[in-house]
Design a protein around this ligand. Structure first.
Ligand code: GZL
Length: 326
């Protein structure tokens, strides 16, 4: 093994032990063509699990060695992981920033070490755009707009003149939370039929989605709101766990809008338990690894890559073959 690699490996392992990150890949063999350091933010939802699988599968297909560390929802563990990748001198760093801020220092260290950084899935908020090479992930603002546009279509169809909305939000200060909310509000804001009566934090977790729904029913009653807009499927499934064990018939007419598009939720849409599913694909691995290859070959790359996404709803043909979950 190269001496430099040996030192780097030792340093990497020491940093790993000190930070308590969950390492899920052995340090790469010395002959790996390209070493990708990947800091995954956690395992909070089916979306995240599918996203991790996509990254692992694509790295294998490209013949890259993937050093993945799972930060289990802790920003400080992501920062430690990035520092260990810098110490090991990986070829490229890929990470999904759990929140938008607090990355400038460690990304400046990566820049000084000459290691390109790809943001995957979530964005950062920074004055210095040179701190990352590219962003691969959804346009969350467009996803939020699709949710709002569906609700307008639904209100037109129902002929209702007043709909009270409760919003179950994702992780505070994360890009999907901020931009899904912004897109949704920008579409419904000018329409007098809609009133957002509550926005609560479900942190993208099924357990917290359940907790939020229990509290909302306690506060407003089953006939106290007409629409649930959940920023992801896990929280919507948690809300359904409560709603569907509530006897009050008023819950039947509540309009349910969610984002991601996992299998269980698309099946719930087809069964009439959910009204609208805005797609957010977790299959970003191929985009990311193809970008890693271009970067390593010295090719010029774009700053932003958005996958194609759509929306499924009870106002559309749900028997169409493309209506399926991930
Ligand atoms: C979106 C991703 C979000 C998903 C959630 O790209 O960051 O995080 O919508 C996941 O399911 O927890």
């Amino acid at each position: 093994m190269r001496t430099k690699a040996k030192t780097g490996l030792m340093l990497f392992l020491i940093l790993l032990l000190l930070t308590g990150c969950t390492k899920t890949q052995d340090p790469p063999a010395e002959n790996a063509s390209v070493v990708v350091g990947f800091s995954q933010l956690g395992s909070e939802s089916s979306w995240r699990i599918a996203n991790t699988a996509s990254m692992e599968q694509s790295a294998k297909e490209f013949g890259f060695s993937l050093m993945m560390e799972n930060a289990n929802q802790k920003q400080e563990k992501q920062i430690d992981a990035l520092r260990s990748f810098i110490a090991y001198r990986v070829d490229v760093i890929v990470f999904s920033p759990i929140v938008q801020t607090g990355w400038d220092n460690v990304l400046t260290e990566a820049k000084k070490a000459g290691i390109p950084v790809i943001l995957m899935d979530r964005m950062i908020k920074s004055q210095d755009e040179s701190l990352y090479t590219a962003y691969v992930g959804a346009d969350f603002y467009a996803e939020g707009r699709r949710a709002g546009e569906y609700l307008i279509r639904k209100a037109d169809t129902l002929g209702t003149d007043h709909l009270r909305i409760v919003e179950i939000c994702g992780t505070t200060d994360s890009t999907p939370m901020r931009d899904r909310q912004r897109g949704f509000m920008d579409v419904i804001r000018k329409d007098p039929r809609f009133e957002v009566i509550a926005s609560v934090n479900g942190d993208f977790l099924r357990s917290k989605g359940e907790e939020c729904m229990r509290e909302l029913l306690q506060q407003y009653g089953a006939d106290g709101f007409d629409v649930i807009f959940a920023h992801n499927d896990a929280m919507m499934l948690g809300a359904l766990d409560v709603l569907e064990h509530t006897d009050d018939p008023a819950i039947q007419s509540i309009i349910r809008i969610t984002v991601d598009g996992e299998k269980e939720v698309v099946e719930a849409l087809k069964a009439g338990r959910i009204n609208c599913v805005v797609q957010c694909t977790p299959h970003l691995g191929p985009f990311v690894m193809s970008l890693v290859k271009d970067i390593k070959e010295g090719k010029k790359v774009r700053k932003t890559y958005h996958p194609d996404e759509g929306v499924f709803s009870d106002l559309d043909d749900l028997t169409a073959p493309e209506v399926e979950g991930f």
